[in-house]
Every structure is written in C-alpha cells, then in structure tokens.
Design a binder for this molecule. Structure first.
Ligand SMILES: O=C(O)C(=O)C[C@]1(C(=O)O)C=C[C@@H](O)C=C1
Length: 363
C-alpha cells in the first residue's frame, strides 16, 4: 500500500466507526419517536396531532446553536430536518397538498419544510390546496403567499379570508430560475413559456438575452417544462429540480432580474400551533371608516413593544374603497402582551380574523 492508501484506510475506518454510532443513535431516536406516537394515541385518541411545528423549530434551533463543526449551521440543520422527517413518517406519514405539478416551487417548499419522508400531493389550484386540508384528504397544505418582486398571491389571500384552517408555519424559499430546453442551444429557441410570475421575474433578462422570442404565460412552470419536453423550439423557465425531473438542459441559470428573489409560503393545517419561543402571528382586518383608524390599530401593537413584520393592503370585494390589511407581528397569540393587543385590535377593527401563530422558521 502507498502512504496515501494507508492514510485513507485509517481515516475511512474512523468514518465507518462513527457511521455505526450515528446509525445506532438514529435508531434509538426513532424508537423514542415511536414512543411519542404511542403517548399521543394512548386511550385510543383518534384526533392525535403528530406533526408539532413548534417542537421541530426548537430542535432545529438547538442544532444550529450547538453546531461548532466544520459544517455550516444550515447544512447541519438540514440533516436533522431529514432525521425528524423520517421519525415523523414512522409516527404517521404526513400528506401535504401543494400547487403542482411535481417540480414546482411549491413542491420545493414542501420538501424544505417537511423533508423528503413526507408525501407531497399535487393539486391544480390554490383553492384545492385549502379544500384538500379542510376535507381531511391531506394533513397539511402549502400555499404561496408573496413573492419579493411580484407581490402578493391574491388567490391565497382570498382563500385565507374564508377558511377555517390555521396558518401553522412559514417557509421562505429563494427562487432561482433557469432557462430549460430539450435543445442545447439558445439560437433555435422561438418561444419561452412559464407561469406569468416567472415571466415577470425574468422580464429584463429575456429582453437582453433572447429579444427575438415570443413569450407565453401558462398555468405553472412545471407545465411549461412538460411543454418544452415536446418541442425543441420551446424553452421553459423553471427550477433546477424541474430540469432533472423533466430531463431538460439548463441553457442558463439564475436568470431572475432580482437576485434576492424569494417566495414566502405558508403551511396551513387544522390545528393551532403551541408557542415555540420565537413565533409570528398573522391576521387580517378591515378598519372603520374614520381618520386615524389604521394608526389607532397599529398603536395597540406599538405601545406594547410588539414588532410588525408585514402589512399588506388589499381592496375589499364587499365595499368600494374599503381595504383589508394582512398584518404579521412577532410573538405568539397566547403570550400575554400580544393576547392583550389582539383583543384590543379586534374591538377597534370593523372586521378581524386571526390566521394563526406559528414558529419563525430556523431553516
Ligand atoms: O416531539 C414530538 O412530538 C415528536 O413527535 C418527535 C418529533 C422528532 O422527531 O423530534 C417528530 C415529529 C414532530 O413533528 C416533532 C418532533
């Protein structure tokens, strides 16, 4: 054996021994998760809640805080995300409805939040995501809320107004668009197909790089990828995962005009989420038609030192020139200061609906 071979063998032996320990510990962890499931279902409870977002957030935060390895905190957290995903699947496999088809950014956000052991269930519209969870067909749903360059997703906002479901989590997904085609050369591309939002997000890049192409909006980027599979003269705008899934060439990557392009998704579920220690609360309200009404509402938060992280206004469909405000604040609805503020806000507002409290994502 060469010196290098001897050195490698020695380190690989160490890796083998460590792997055996990791595997045994993961096995012990899985047995604990199984016991947790037994406790949750004891007494024949049928409505047991297996997925606990607040606990998952706490576990992942501790992993990041503890991490003093060579691996970045995010990478370490991703590994534990998958261990918990497998443990949860052992307790009960979770089905997550999302706006399909496979390979969409919604699909990527499901995997980011729930890990690869969850069962993503593709549906065709945002309303169907809500319906699938409301009817119990899916355990949870994942819906896009807002994109940093294109703004809010109206169909999600409208569905949130009507639903009995809770917002139980938040995922921020950096969006990187690729130009995908069966062809390996941009010169032959005649048409670019994508969801309207993706076309908007790459508008400048398309003008600068493919000024001759025709643009066509379709229902989703994944559908665009399927279309590109059929026609060499078509290119789709979609994710890197879509390129793999639909076996297309990546003609160019990161073609979005704004490099910090991010989409915010919300997890929707039937159960309230307990406090995790670092939470957000989302609500929607409309104000009474008098001067200073919005300021008055915001003061209920400000005087208690509660930070607002988002406020979005949307014209109400009920009355002309009336506005709805979607507001997110830091804190959990059961924390005394926020609880107080929320009941004051509710009394001041013309309409008020609490959408849910959920952990700030550690990922
Ligand atoms: O602590 C729980 O309630 C568990 O079910 C265990 C566990 C885990 O693997 O740590 C698994 C799933 C839950 O979503 C949260 C945590």
């Amino acid at each position: 054996m060469t010196v290098e071979e001897v050195q490698l063998t020695e380190i690989r032996n160490q890796i083998d021994a460590i792997d055996a320990q990791i595997q045994s510990l993961i096995g012990q962890r899985a047995a604990c998760a199984q016991k947790v499931a037994d406790i949750k279902t004891q007494g024949g409870k049928v409505e047991a809640v297996f997925y606990r977002p607040e606990r998952e957030a706490q576990v992942l935060r501790s992993v990041k805080e503890r991490n003093d390895s060579l691996l970045p905190d995010e990478e370490m957290a991703k590994l534990f995300r998958e261990i918990m995903s497998a443990c949860l699947a052992l307790e009960q496999p979770m089905s997550i409805a999302y706006l399909g088809p496979e390979g969409s950014y919604s699909h990527a956000s499901v995997i980011k939040q729930f890990g690869v052991s969850a069962h993503p269930v593709a549906v065709s519209t945002i309303d169907q995501v809500f319906e699938a969870v409301e009817s119990g067909e899916a355990n949870y749903g994942m819906v896009p809320v807002e994109n940093s360059s294109e703004g809010v997703v109206k169909s999600t906002q409208n569905a949130l107004l009507k639903t009995s479901l809770q917002v139980s989590g938040e995922v921020d997904l950096p969006i990187h668009h690729c130009l995908l085609s069966r062809s390996q050369h941009v010169e032959g591309i005649r048409k670019v197909v994508a969801h309207q939002q993706a076309l908007g997000q790459c508008e400048q890049w398309l003008k600068n790089n493919l000024p001759w192409v025709q643009l066509e909006a379709v229902d989703s980027n994944a559908l665009a990828s399927k279309m590109a599979q059929q026609d060499e003269q078509l290119a789709a705008i979609a994710s890197e995962q879509a390129a793999m899934l639909y076996e297309l060439h990546i003609l160019d990557a990161n073609i979005e005009d704004q490099k910090s392009n991010t989409t915010k998704f919300w997890v929707i579920g039937r159960d309230e989420v307990a406090p995790s220690g670092e939470d957000k609360t989302a609500m929607v309200l409309s104000i009474r038609n008098k001067s200073g009404a919005l300021l008055d509402i915001l003061e209920s938060f400000a005087t208690r030192g509660i930070n607002m992280t988002r406020i979005i206004s949307q014209p109400s469909t009920h009355k002309k020139w009336d506005y709805l405000f979607f507001i997110d604040v830091l804190g959990h609805k059961d924390e005394p200061a926020l609880k107080d503020a929320l009941s004051e806000v509710e009394s001041k507002a013309a309409f008020f609906k609490l959408l849910g409290s959920f952990p700030i994502s550690p990922l």
